[in-house]
Design a binder for this molecule. Sequence first.
Ligand code: FAD
Ligand code: PHB
Length: 388
Amino acid sequence: MRTQVVIVGGGPAGLLLSQLLYTAGIDSVVLERRTREYVEARIRAGVLEQVAVDLLEQAGAGARMRREGLSHGGVKLASDGEWFRVDFEALVGKSVMVYGQTELTKDLNDLLAQRDQPIFEAENVDLHDIDGSAPYVTYLKDGRPQRIDCDFIAGCDGYHGVSRKSIPAKTSQVFERVYPFGWLGILADVPPCDQELIYSNHERGFALASMRSMTRSRYYVQVPLGEDLEDWPDERIWDELALRLGPNAAANMTRGPSIEKSIAPLRSFVFEPMRHGRLFLAGDAAHIVPPTGAKGLNLAASDVHYLFEAITDFYRTGAQGGLDAYSHNALARVWKAERFSWWFTNLMHRFPETDAFARKMQLAELDYLRRSKVGAAAMAENYVGLPF
Ligand code: FAD
Ligand code: PHB
């Protein structure tokens, strides 16, 4: 088989890229290791920047998001239960969209299914001749070996994928920070405790009140690494949330049985460069952010924007400039989101080394954000997403 672009990974990055290429008349094949059901059930991100919303619209995948997504014009920041609002609309004239990654993935999969994509349960995907002008990808489908020849390979296969590992170590560099805690998340069919998200810095550790809709809530509490889910029955999580989010949120918090519970470790990670020969990495395959800034999915979308522009430019005009500049352009935005997520993580969490002085520093910075329009505007500008 032959196509123009082989896309490894059918997560948000791979699906969005494939759909955008399709709208531009460029053929691609998406190879996804898992089943469609598995991919669509993974509970992950929930907040989209305007640039990600615009890209979904451009891909023709925005109809349900427009109907069901919740536009949020601000967030609340709390310290020890007392909160203040950062008003994105007043400060920077923008808002974000609350729409689950599960829903976005379903919408894109529905569109791709119209042309028999992705190829699910593609096993042992392997990349070949990425240094040359005729790369190809091999894989097993139903136990039978397959081969697809192509012009380009997009590595959209996430942090644990095969694409990044196909790039020789001597031509690349890794930048990494592993945090000494994780987020325990709980999803429940109960109304959210507030109209907006609440990020809370508390003596006992960080907590976040988020949502998927006005009838489905998503909450997180910071937990030490190595914590066992078995030790966190629902009631213990609700009790901890009530303490960390404070009395106002607790009074409005509806408790209910969890429909999903998981622990995600926190990590900052960047792999440079994001291109090797004919292979282009996008999304979690190239970088990870701690979820505090809600940037993971948004960065995947912004990489796809740069890559889509570069590939379409190549097929329209033969110009290589966009492809050559891809890694540089994408990384410039990646590093700013890495910085913001790292800063926000440091501001809101309790670290093993958070002594009395460090905690005073956090509280002083939160009070500064509360009282300084300039300070709050910088936070708002980054949260809603920097321009391309
Ligand atoms: P992925 O979503 O990881 O998709 C990669 C796809 O490639 C997967 O479907 C995978 O099955 C497939 N794949 C992997 N290896 C292969 C292979 N060898 N062959 C073929 N296919 C392969 N972000 C936020 O903004 N907020 C959050 O709350 C949040 N929570 C998260 C929780 C967890 C547990 C994780 C892991 C991430 C979370 N993120 C969150 C980050 C966000 O979900 C990701 O940034 C986003 O999914 C990136 O999309 P992607 O398409 O690049 O990668
Ligand atoms: C979520 O709703 O899952 C979510 C929201 C904001 C974040 C992280 C996760 O910063």
